[in-house]
Design a protein around this ligand. Structure first.
Ligand SMILES: [Ca+2]
Ligand SMILES: [Ca+2]
Ligand SMILES: [Ca+2]
Length: 622
């Protein structure tokens, strides 16, 4: 008897399940990408439609041709389908419809007019001065987005792991400040929509944190609501371009944030390397990526392991993942007109993918430039990753971390300056060392001024070097005010004056201390010289004199040259060196544009330079 009633109950449940599932109509939750432009090199465009009950669906897009039979995953939650956008397609909204025997659902898709290329997609070069901004910590231009409905409670300026209110409007408002400082390109930390909740996976000081830094996307096609909207981003790009400033996007292709919806419902079975409960942990042993004695398992941990053990590792070797990421990169550029990309965690993503990604990028935006993050102090390791160095496709540029560490040791800690020319001597290993992005500070390291031994004099010297040596100089927001912060969260401090209620406003002279103003003016002077003196942007680099604490070099063009002298010593120095390599002949009078040294005259091919302790001179022909 008992068995029979159990059987009936089981049958009823089964019937109920069958009926409800079968009776459910399809739903569309989102479409990636939400738009695309006509006359793109990517045509057809692959749409990934996310929804429910999509099994056996037919897809139509109003006025656009579907090229293939849609691929639908088993759970009926994702459809991949290709649409062709005719070159003369009229810009505007189209309706996507998904139809099953149980009903149909619609979602919008927009055809965009291609953006005019003039003044957009410009790339960057050593002629630029780049400035890194952590969006949340720079300026709050719109307090109304500080506690958005969808993600309340993540804003708390007293908590260094919460949102502080900085946003895209804040950057727009401060463009005149950046212009005054001499900035020509802004690298913004990621603006992808990060999780709308507290993060209990990555505890900071044993407490939950937020994704204020932007590196934990939950949506690759949306702007973080704390920062603004796509419309605001477009406004920023346009406003920056009008001010002669380029915009560089920080992109992440290695992983998603821990709460990305894909983690529980991956669009393809191999979308991620591993799952939430079963995955490798990233060992960060990147040295074995080109170790001839490697074993596969160790290399897999580096390439497929989850970053910090909680960031789901995307499998770029899955053709759908690859296609999705490539289109995503192009979409941000094509939809906004931005100029360059800083690519996060470059070395943890397979070269096979980067080859395809780079080719697609160059096809669509030939002048575009990418700088890859390979965080390593070793030139041998780092140089491996730059474009065409080892018969595969790397980024055009790399962040020059080997030089960064040398700069810190010499100018912050006061260690021998000769480590700098010794590091530059290894430039022969790079595909193009002039294209590297040079830095003395960034958002993942403690600030320069928090290094042991750091002083404003040392920071000035470091800036003088950065803005006169080879490469694309990159400044870090707040370093022009000698801001401090010894570790990862405190290095991301709030720019004073960027936030409602701030006691002072360091964006204007009257809000700066005397020391801050002096440093600000010094850097502004350097950026102006960088703009004014062509050899500083385009000249060959020649080391003229190297001793333990003095370093002189020339930047040489055919028609003009600049000679830079750095005295890193705590004592004044007098040095004599040959300037024939700078094409300066006897009798030539040279003037220091930084006013640290008196005028000098070339005699017997040499100059004798006296410099005060810890100072720099930039000599030009008088
Ligand atoms: Ca805000
Ligand atoms: Ca969010
Ligand atoms: Ca990876």
């Amino acid at each position: 008897m008992k068995n029979r009633s159990a059987l009936i109950r089981l049958f009823c449940v089964h019937l109920w399940l069958t009926l409800t599932v079968a009776a459910q109509a399809p739903e569309i939750l989102r479409v990636d990408p939400p738009s695309w432009w006509s006359r793109s090199t990517v045509n057809p465009v692959r749409l990934m439609i996310h929804g429910r009950n999509l099994q056996n669906a037919r897809v139509d897009v109003q006025g656009l041709r579907i090229i293939n039979t849609p691929t639908i995953n088993e759970r009926g939650t994702y459809i991949f389908v290709d649409v062709f956008i005719a070159p003369d397609a009229r810009p505007g909204e189209r309706s996507i419809s998904v139809t099953t025997p149980r009903g149909s659902a619609r979602a919008p898709f927009e055809v965009l007019a291609p953006l005019n290329r003039a003044g957009r997609f410009q790339g960057f070069s050593p002629a630029d001065v780049m400035y890194l901004i952590m969006i949340d910590r720079f300026a709050d231009g719109d307090p109304s987005n500080n506690n958005p409905l969808q993600s309340r409670g993540l804003y708390d300026r007293a908590n260094k792991f919460y949102y502080h209110g900085g946003d895209l409007q804040g950057v727009i408002d401060r463009l005149p400040y950046l212009k005054e400082l001499g900035v020509t390109a802004i690298w913004l930390t990621p603006w992808y929509d990060n999780y709308d909740r507290l993060n209990y996976v990555e505890l900071k000081e044993e407490k939950p944190s937020t994704g204020f830094h932007g590196y934990n996307p939950q949506d690759f096609y949306a702007v973080e609501e704390h920062f603004g909207s796509l419309a605001k981003l477009r406004e920023l790009v346009e406003a920056a371009h009008r001010a002669g400033i380029k915009i560089i996007q920080d992109q992440v292709m290695n992983h998603t944030g821990p709460y990305h919806p894909w983690v529980d419902d991956p669009p393809t079975p191999a979308w991620f390397n591993g799952t939430k409960t079963k995955h490798l942990k990233n060992s960060f042993q990147t040295w074995e990526l080109h170790d001839p004695h490697y074993i596969k398992q160790l290399r897999r941990e580096t390439m497929e392991g989850w970053f910090l053990d909680f960031l789901p590792d995307l499998n770029q070797l899955d053709p759908e993942v690859s296609r999705y990421l490539i289109q995503n990169t192009l979409w941000w550029i094509g939809a906004t007109g931005l100029d360059g990309i800083r690519m996060d965690t470059w070395q943890y993503v397979p070269n096979e993918f980067w080859a395809e990604w780079t080719a697609a990028l160059r096809r669509e935006f030939p002048n575009f430039v990418v700088v890859g993050e390979v965080k390593d102090g070793d030139v041998v390791h780092t140089s491996y990753f730059q474009r065409e160095r080892m018969l595969f496709t790397g980024p055009d540029s790399l962040l020059d971390f080997p030089l960064f560490y040398a700069i810190r040791r010499a100018f912050a800690e006061g260690k021998p300056i000769d480590e700098i020319p010794k590091t530059l001597a290894k430039d022969y290993l790079y595909h193009d060392s002039d294209a590297l992005v040079t830095l003395l500070g960034g958002h993942d390291d403690g600030r320069f001024m928090s290094e042991e031994g750091a002083s404003v004099a040392g920071l000035k010297l470091a800036n003088a070097f950065l803005l006169t040596t080879r490469g694309v100089p990159q400044l870090y927001y707040g370093d022009e005010l000698a801001m401090t912060g010894p570790d990862e969260p405190t290095t991301r401090g709030d720019f004073p004056g960027g936030f409602p209620g701030d006691k002072r406003n360091a964006f204007i002279e009257s809000g700066r201390t005397k020391e801050e103003q002096e440093l600000f003016s010094y850097i502004r002077r350097l950026t102006r010289l960088h703009t004014e003196l062509e050899p500083l942007r385009k000249g060959g680099l020649f080391n003229l004199y190297v001793s333990e604490q003095q370093y002189a070099y020339a930047r040489v063009r055919q028609t003009s040259s600049v000679v830079v002298v750095l005295n890193n010593d705590k004592e004044p120095a007098e040095i004599e060196f040959d300037v024939t390599a700078a094409n300066f002949t006897d009798g030539t009078k040279l003037r220091d544009r930084l006013d640290a040294s008196k005028d000098v005259i070339v005699r017997n091919g040499k100059v004798r330079v006296s410099l005060p302790k810890r100072s720099a001179a930039i000599f030009v022909r008088l």
